[in-house]
Ligand binder design. Sequence first.
Ligand code: NAD
Length: 256
Amino acid sequence: MDITGSTAIVTGGASGIGAAVARALAARGATVLVADLNAEKGEALAAEIGGVFASVDVTRTAQVTAAVEAAAEIAPLRACVNSAGIGWAQRTIGRDGLLEQAHDLDAFRKVVEINLIGTFDVTRQAATVMSRNEPDEDGQRGAIVNLASVAAFDGQIGQASYSASKGGVVGMTLPVARDLSAAGIRLNTVAPGLIDTPIYDAFPNPDEFKANLGQNVLFPKRLGRADELASMVVECLTNSYMNGETIRVDGGIRMP
Ligand code: NAD
């Protein structure tokens, strides 16, 4: 599927994997609408890649509506990537008080609200707008990629909310792909392993933490780079024969 001359919306596009995806899509000739809470980083990136920034909280459905409609005003919206997400409670708590803090109900709701329900809402609304596009020669009107995580399959201590949210993203991939295929829209999910992004900045000793994490990777023994995720996301968007798949990009990690 050719995205040249189309619009792409990337939630969480101001940082990390989303920013790498935004750059890669712009290099493919798409106009990228960077949808993020972080206006400073989002506006800077949009200026760099000739895109547009929109201040969007993916848990606010009216803001999502405005963003997908704004994207479609520029050019047909043919690509959507859901990279907005937050990490898990472990980064603030360590192992003590785990049940009380990691299993705090408000924190659990917040992670699920952003990572799962926000992803579903953006998917649903982007697909509605895409369904108005003229189909290409394959009958395709657009493609969506959601970011899950290896934590969907093997979550670690303190990760209940995060794993539940990402497990939900994996779980909805097939049924939603089936629903959207009738409208000529594909949906795939990419599940990253441990990727070096600002998501770890809030941890107490991020560099030490990331160095230790890298040792868990089978090969190569390092964290992944955002561009190594972006290339898979772009492949899933543009390869017209990819649909309903969940792909791990994780250096072969199997967390001990
Ligand atoms: P990141 O922190 O660098 O970027 C996430 C972006 O999402 C930020 O710009 C943030 O402002 C934005 N965001 C957060 N909440 C939002 C909201 N409610 N509305 C709109 N934007 C919001 O993180 P990243 O590492 O690039 O993560 C991208 C995606 O990949 C996330 O879904 C994350 O869970 C997933 N992931 C990351 C890793 C990793 O190791 N970095 C591993 C597995 C999965």
